[in-house]
Ligand binder design. Structure first.
Ligand SMILES: Cc1cc2nc3c(=O)[nH]c(=O)nc-3n(C[C@H](O)[C@H](O)[C@H](O)COP(=O)(O)OP(=O)(O)OC[C@H]3O[C@@H](n4cnc5c(N)ncnc54)[C@H](O)[C@@H]3O)c2cc1C
Length: 600
């Protein structure tokens, strides 16, 4: 196992050189922070990653949760970790002082998420889910719900979940069947079944608080009939003591990866006594949940970056040490073998991984900064629209390309990459979930093309273009980066052309054909967004090199520039192929006869 699972140097570069995290401290909400406090936070989480999380990474995989006595028995370290997160204030670090938080920018807490996910993705999910669930209660719940649940959740004593999926409703939440009947006594009776609920019922905490979607009797059909409830495993009795609620875990799934974190099947109301407490207004559940899902989707993107990054550092270390073969120019068979990293093809695969990991991280942090700026009232409408536009990309690009990146890491290790001696095969299995949960890539693609490109009369799309063009203009001033700036400009023209074409398809041929290749559109946009982020990093690295940095820094910045060139040479050109398919597929899949899949 490599010593390193992420790069502190790269984190510093992103935070302070690219995204100027200190700039946020000029706003009242963040004014008590400084580079020192940011560093302190990150150093503390890094230490937790090195000393606690990373050493347990393979152990959790080898000792997955078991279903015992009606709940998931997880590794004992999970309980310890949840309490560590509670005591460290990591679960609600972004909250205001008034609400008990530390007013830390998302830019910083998402770096924490990166570190935790890279060190041990299985464990990192537990506090992240609790943060999301607690945020929903904080933002939309009544004072009573806040008073009853938040303290225990943010202390890590109680687990939070998001309970959406049902046997007949995965991607299509409009079809959930779980019902809620108002008793008139301050609670609803909940009945139904949920599946795949992460951390749905474990022995890591003393209680589990589900943020659950259900339909109130008589609600309108579809998504407009969905409400949000707090459904605790142990509810408060009238005398204030805790009593068992009628929600039961009936089993856990056996997964290919991400094994530290169990997914549970839950049955509510078997004894007609499952109490649920309405959050906010009736029928507003999905829009509230979208807040949590947006955070969760950014979190999935960051998590995927983390896993791919850890795999990259394994590959990097291995290829520096393993001796194999000779350079093509070396004809003497008795000459010593060279380390794998001497081979150009290995370097290509390493650069690919770096381009995906550092490009993905950059995009996720860009998005986090928009969230932080919107929160303190800096052009909130603009920044919120940019967030909306970028969420499906930040969720999907690192998830999909992260799989390829982790696969490339495995390839660098050859046969050992496929064996359990090294954790790369585990990273490969662990990351495979990311294009599936929190909305599949297909759903993200429909969201981007079907909603985000045209929302507010195309304003979000226009703002995205504007941001990219601003970076392009800066890069175009630097002769060394001019070719890449021009390539990105051409890429944007291609995107504009394809978008107009597809909007015409929607008008003339309808939504089926319009959305048929939404995945390709998402990939194309993702490549352009990552190209933008590489150019942004390139401008910073180029300028830093003009100031005679130390030898170590010179290598770091030159490493950035070569990765940027790699991305523009090997990856960005894929935009043209994707655009070509998008313009020529002519509804091939949308209009085909499905009986053509039949075989005698
Ligand atoms: C490890 C893990 C953790 C999870 N954690 C949670 C959790 O904590 N809480 C929770 O509520 N859920 C959770 N889930 C469930 C997860 O969110 C769903 O699995 C996911 O949303 C997909 O739903 P599904 O499995 O029913 O697949 P389906 O919806 O059946 O989708 C199957 C395929 O069909 C495609 N598809 C579906 N509908 C359409 C359409 N209209 N147009 C085009 N393509 C379509 C999808 O993109 C996908 O490729 C988890 C799942 C896993 C495996």
């Amino acid at each position: 196992m490599a010593e390193q699972f992420a790069s502190k140097r790269n984190i510093r570069f992103m935070l302070y050189e690219v995204f100027n995290a200190e700039e946020l401290t000029q706003y009242e909400f963040y004014q008590d922070h400084s580079r020192e406090t940011f560093d302190m936070i990150i150093d503390t989480v890094w230490k937790m990653g090195v000393d606690f999380l990373y050493p347990l990474y393979q152990e959790l995989d080898k000792n997955p949760p078991q279903f015992v006595d009606g709940q998931a028995k997880v590794h004992p370290a999970t309980r310890q970790f949840m309490r560590m997160c509670g005591e460290g204030g990591w679960i609600n670090a972004n909250w205001s002082y008034e609400d008990g938080g530390q007013q830390v920018p998302l830019l910083i807490t998402f770096v924490n998420s990166l570190i935790m996910a890279a060190a041990n993705c299985g464990l990192s999910g537990f506090p992240a889910l609790t943060t999301g669930a607690a945020n929903l209660i904080l933002n939309f719940g009544s004072q009573e719900l806040k008073d009853l649940y938040l303290e225990k959740m943010v202390s890590g004593e109680w687990q939070g979940t998001m309970a959406l999926t049902e046997p007949d409703a995965g991607s299509s939440l409009a079809d959930i069947k779980t019902t809620a009947v108002d008793t008139g006594e301050g609670y609803y009776k909940i009945k139904g079944q949920k599946i795949f609920i992460s951390a749905g019922d474990t022995d890591a905490t003393d209680n589990t608080i589900h943020l659950m979607l259900a339909k109130i009797e008589g609600a309108p059909p579809g998504v407009r009939g969905i409400s949000l409830f707090v459904v605790p495993k142990y509810r408060y009795a009238k005398d204030g003591s805790l009593e068992r609620n009628d929600i039961w875990c009936t089993g856990i799934e056996h997964k290919m990866g991400f094994k530290g974190s169990p997914i549970c099947t839950l049955v509510m109301g078997e004894n007609n006594d499952c109490h649920g407490y309405l959050v906010g207004e009736p029928h507003m559940g999905l829009s509230y949940m979208f807040q949590m899902m947006n955070e969760a989707r950014i979190g999935v993107g960051i998590g995927a970056v983390g896993k791919a990054t850890a795999a990259y550092y394994d590959a990097l270390e291995y290829t520096k040490q393993r001796l194999q073969g000779r350079k093509p120019s070396q004809k003497d068979p008795t000459a010593p073998q060279v380390p794998l990293i001497e081979h150009a093809d290995i370097r290509r695969m390493l650069l690919f991984q770096r381009a995906v990991c550092e490009g993905g991280l950059s995009l996720a942090l860009q998005l986090s900064k928009y969230v932080d700026l919107a929160k303190v009232g800096v052009e909130p409408e603009k920044h919120e629209l940019l967030v909306d536009f970028l969420v499906p990309i930040v969720k999907s690009f690192p998830s999909e390309y992260g799989i390829l990146s982790t696969s490339a890491a495995m390839q660098c290790l050859g046969g050992y990459g496929y064996c359990q001696d090294f954790p790369v095969e585990q990273h490969f299995r662990d990351i495979r979930i990311d294009p599936i949960h929190e909305g599949t890539t297909g759903i993200q693609a429909q969201d981007l093309l079907g909603r985000k490109t045209t929302m507010k009369n195309g304003e979000a799309y226009r703002l995205f273009m504007e941001e990219v063009k601003r970076t392009m203009a800066e890069a175009a001033e630097i002769p060394e980066l001019k070719p890449q700036a021009e390539a990105l400009a051409k890429g944007l023209e291609v995107m504009d052309d394809v978008t107009s074409y597809l909007l015409k398809v929607r008008k003339e041929k309808g939504p089926e054909e319009f959305l048929a290749d939404a995945n390709l559109y998402l990939e194309m946009t993702g490549l352009l967004a990552i190209g933008w982020q590489w150019l942004l990093q390139g401008v910073v690295a180029y300028r830093a090199l003009q100031n005679q940095p130390s030898e170590g820094d010179t290598k770091f910045y030159r490493g950035k520039l070569i990765t940027l060139k790699y991305f523009y040479t090997y990856e960005l050109p894929k935009v043209n192929t994707l655009a070509h398919v998008l313009k020529t597929s002519q509804g091939l899949t949308a209009n085909m006869d499905i009986s053509l899949f039949d075989e005698e």
